[in-house]
Design a protein around this ligand. Sequence first.
Ligand code: ADP
Ligand code: MG
Length: 343
Amino acid sequence: ESQLNPSYTFDRFIEGDCNRLARSAGMAVAKKPGQTAFNPLMIFGNVGLGKTHLAHAIGNEVKKNMKDKVVLYVSSEHFTNQFIESLTKNAISDFVNYYQLVDLLIVDDIQFLAKKQKTQDIFFHIFNHLHQRGKQLILTSDRPPKEMADIEERLISRFKWGLSADLQVPSLETRMAIIQQKMHNDGIELPHNVMEYISYTVRSNVRELEGILISLIAQSALNQRDIDMSLAREVISKFVDDVSQEISIEFIQKIVADYYDIPVEKLREKTRKKLIVTARKLSMYLAKQLSNKSLTFIGAAFGGRDHSTVIHACKSVEAMLQNDQSFKSIVADLKQKIKQNTQ
Ligand code: ADP
Ligand code: MG
C-alpha cells in the first residue's frame, strides 16, 4: 500500500507564483523519478501551504503512469514509530528491507526527526541505499535544510544534494483560483463578491482558507441562509484574528485590472501600452491614497519600480482627474469598491 491520498493530484494543485518552482520540479520528478538532478526533492514551507498535497501529487502521478514502481508515502512520525516498534521486536532488518524495496519514497515533515538520533541514523542508511540505486526521494519540511536544528550534519548535507523548493503564501489571484476550484469540486456556487472578500481577508494559508469555506457552507446549511456577504463576514470574524484589514496593494491592483479587463500581472510588467500604463498609474495613485504604504513599498509592488515613478504616476492621475469628468467618476467608483470590500 502506497498510503497516498488519491485526491491530492496535480490537477487539483493550483499553480501560482507561490509554488511554480516546486510544482514544476515535482512534475519533472514524476516524469522521471530518480533520473533528474532533483534527488532528493525537498519541498519546504510553512504549515498549510501544500507540501503534503504536492508530495502526494508526485506519488499519484508516478503510480498512474508507471505501474511497476513501488511508491511509498510516510510521515516522519510514522517512520519513527515503525522503527521503534522494529527495535522492540528485534526486527530492524525487516524494517530496513521494507524501505529499501521502494522506488519512490516520500517522507513528510522531516523536521520531526530532530533530536531522534537513532531514527536519523537508520534513515541515513536507507537514504544512501536508495539514492545510490537511482531511486527517488521526496522530503518535506517546515523549514529549509540550513535551518534544521538537531539533525545530523551528514543528513542535512544529503538533503542539499538535490533541489530545495519552497512554497510561499499564494497571492490574491491564486487564492481566488483555489477557492473557485474547491467550490467547483463541491458543486457550490459562491457569489463573486463573497469570493473576493474571502480571498482578500484570509491571507495566511490554504488550509485556513479551506476551513473558512467549510464553515461557511455548514453555517449556510444549518441556518438555511444564503451564502452572502453578511454570512461571510460573520464566519470570517470568528476565524481570522486580524480582520482590521488594511487595504492591500494587491487588492487594489486586482480591482483596477478587472475594471480595465487586463491581466493583473501587466501592472507589474514593463508594457508601455497606453491602456496598461493608465491602469498602472491609477493603481499606484489609489495605492498611495488608500493604503498606508510608503512610496518605496508601492513602487516595489509594481514590479520593482522606484518611488519617483510612483510620484510621477500620482501627479499624472491628478492632472487627468482635473480635466476628465468621466475618469473622475470611474476613480470614485473604484475607490468605493475597494473600500466596500475592506471595511
Ligand atoms: P502542508 O502539508 O504544507 O501543511 P497541505 O498539503 O496539507 O499543507 O495543504 C493544506 C490544504 O490546502 C490541503 O487541503 C491542500 O489540498 C490545499 N492546498 C494547498 N495548496 C494548494 C494549491 N496550490 N491548490 C489547491 N489546494 C491547495
Ligand atoms: Mg503536511
